[in-house]
Design a protein around this ligand. Sequence first.
Ligand SMILES: Cc1cc2nc3c(=O)[nH]c(=O)nc-3n(C[C@H](O)[C@H](O)[C@H](O)COP(=O)(O)OP(=O)(O)OC[C@H]3O[C@@H](n4cnc5c(N)ncnc54)[C@H](O)[C@@H]3O)c2cc1C
Length: 382
Amino acid sequence: MTTQTVDLIVIGAGPSGAACARTAAKAGLAVALVDKQRFPRDKLCGGGLTGRAVRHYARIFDRALPDIPLTCRDRFRFFAFGEDLGGGEKAPPIHLIMRRDFDATLVADALSAGAGDFTGRTGRLDPAGPAVDLPGVRLTAPLIVAADGVNSPIARLLFGAAFDRERIGFALEVEQPGNAADVPLRIDFGAADWGYGWQFPKTGGTTVGVGGIMARNADMKAALRGYLESLGIADGLPVKGQFLPFGDFRKTPGAGRILLAGDAAGLVDPITGEGIGHALHSGELAGLAVVRALSSGQPDKALAHYRQSLRPLHTGLRQARVLRQLMFRERLRPAFISGFRRSRSLRREYLRLLAGETEYGEIMRAMALRMPGFAWRALRGG
Ligand SMILES: Cc1cc2nc3c(=O)[nH]c(=O)nc-3n(C[C@H](O)[C@H](O)[C@H](O)COP(=O)(O)OP(=O)(O)OC[C@H]3O[C@@H](n4cnc5c(N)ncnc54)[C@H](O)[C@@H]3O)c2cc1C
């Protein structure tokens, strides 16, 4: 076995790993990008790219949009517990992509920035090194970024479990083939208990799914069946499922010289299930933290730099968890639904949030102004 020493090993080449590898390679570091799969590969995902995700993408990958088939929608409909909340007309657009295409372009762009290609190989982490043993080669580096997804084998190794089973989300999805030009983009809060459903039209088909907190949804398949029925979609399409780290982020995203990014660090919005934007952003921040720590000759400081830079993202996720209480607690739900339906500006704020133009703190303030009693009851615990 040969040994290769680099500045940074990135394990996992999804959005967080590719963003990290590209950021660090652009800054001149020697980077090894490892993934057990070769790209293109499939990844279960709705493929909704919010304005927030597109902004992060453009900054990290130096182009406005990826050169892959995209469906762009600026009209959506929101429903909550079966009630129509009204739509967003001329909203900041959401782009819909197939992850197979999207992730392959991210990896290609990380490699073209100079990262070394170690995809298509399964490795074993030696945290003491730190080092990663791949077939025929031992990679060593002062720092490792684990971007290995929601089931993160590295988080399991470091903390005994990749996530908390009481708090993790779970999502099921089907792909409905056919022309989706006239299919509306919709999000249905409450399609699963403490969760939502989505219908995302794309080139050549529509992705339909439900996701929610797993511990509150003993029968997620029944929730999916009910949702498909409500949309008039016949049962019988192949169903795929995956965990979703619904805002259950790790306060300290890593240990020692190993940093966790994206789903491995639990960075998914607890209301919308959006994770691609946070994965790109956290991958970039992890890469920048590594660059900063190595350039000052203090690799042990990388985790502290990274944790500090993640603070605004963590704050947003905490605020979203509070807002989730307002949306899903049974006693508060009617006030939330009528408030959201009556207030165009609140809906507009929400669309701006999806566009990355505002943060949850602003939404909370807007809600408190329109529904003071409601917000107060929620803060007191419903
Ligand atoms: C059903 C569903 C629908 C979703 N819909 C949306 C949506 O519409 N919009 C949105 O923004 N987010 C959505 N998400 C969330 C989004 O998919 C994730 O947040 C995002 O993929 C996280 O990116 P990541 O890079 O952290 O992890 P991943 O994309 O999961 O990438 C992890 C990579 O690590 C690799 N890996 C794993 N183990 C190892 C190992 N031992 N060695 C080497 N490599 C390894 C994997 O092969 C994979 O390539 C959805 C999630 C689900 C489950």
